[in-house]
Design a binder for this molecule. Structure first.
Ligand SMILES: Nc1ncnc2c1ncn2[C@@H]1O[C@H](COP(=O)(O)OP(=O)(O)OP(=O)(O)O)[C@@H](O)[C@H]1O
Length: 266
């Protein structure tokens, strides 16, 4: 009888990923070192780490927006060499198309997928409903608040039905109330669609509130310091003892890295 070897396929994985920047002035910045990651389908992975530790660099490499210096970066075993519609990005500054309506923004990627006009409209309306913006479908982007713009960006990212959604501090520019509201919205949509999400934040409570796995990075050069799987059911009660304990542990880990980052004698 033949031996059947099952190899797991991950929507995203990296092997010994390193990234070094060489500036024009001859300075070398090692941004990422030995990043080994396997991200499974349906995970909500949140990355936290000190400023400048390489979080955005890692996300950009996973998106195919910039190359790794060494190592492998794979999507379902295939090397990631350029951006792909299967990996939607959501940025802090929304990055919407100002010349298109709200609906036009959400439909944009669907057109690239070759979906008919009628179906595009239906899909866009479904996601605009999900983010509570159906009544704003024909508005222009400049007519929206920051929170509404980010809801359009979320609808646009989910609507194309990508394999993965990469989010770089998507709620970083929003006020605390809007941020809290959108965290809940995002969780609700993620639970419905079960997309694989990789999400960067500076906020420890946000990480605990959202993640199925939290990756803590070291100060530069960014390595994976530790990974935590919050054993708390959604929706997470931010005032619960378990939440507070995890928050405390994560702050300790991050404080250690902040102190290391500021120790220039190292
Ligand atoms: N294009 C570039 N050229 C040279 N150095 C760069 C470039 N992009 C990033 N870096 C450096 O690489 C390191 C990692 O940057 P990155 O933006 O990925 O960090 P980050 O963790 O996302 O930071 P923050 O939390 O402050 O947004 C930083 O030291 C940064 O200065």
């Amino acid at each position: 009888m033949e031996n059947i070897v099952m190899t797991e396929t991950f929507p995203l994985s990296t092997r010994r990923l390193n990234k070094t920047y060489y500036s024009d002035s001859g300075e070398t910045v090692v941004a990422l070192e030995e990043i080994n990651l396997n991200i499974e389908t349906g995970e909500f992975v949140v990355i936290v780490g000190p400023s400048g530790c390489g979080k955005s660099t890692l996300l950009n490499i996973l998106a195919g927006l910039e190359p790794a210096t060494n190592g492998e970066v794979l999507a379902y075993h295939q090397p990631i060499t350029q951006p792909n519609i299967e990996r939607s990005m959501v940025f802090q500054n929304y990055a919407l198309f100002p010349w298109l309506s709200v609906r036009g923004n959400v439909e944009f990627g669907l057109e690239r997928r070759g979906i008919s006009r009628q179906l595009r409209r239906k899909i866009a309306e479904n996601y605009l409903n999900l983010v509570g913006l159906i009544d704003f479908a024909d508005k222009r982007i400049h007519e929206l608040s920051g929170g509404m713009k980010q809801r359009v960006a979320i609808a646009r990212a989910f609507a194309v039905d990508p394999q993965v959604i990469l989010m770089d501090e998507p709620f970083g520019a929003l006020d605390a109330l809007t941020r809290r509201f959108l965290q809940g919205e995002l969780l609700r949509i993620w639970r419905t669609d079960r997309k694989t999400i990789v999400f960067i934040t500076h906020s420890v409570p946000e990480a605990i509130y959202l993640a199925t796995r939290i990756i803590v990075m070291t100060a530069r050069p960014g390595r994976i310091k530790t990974q935590v799987i919050p054993n708390l059911p959604h929706p997470r009660e931010t005032t619960s003892e378990a939440f507070r304990e995890l928050e405390h542990d994560l702050y300790l880990a991050l404080d250690e890295e902040l102190a290391r980052g500021f120790n220039f004698s190292e």
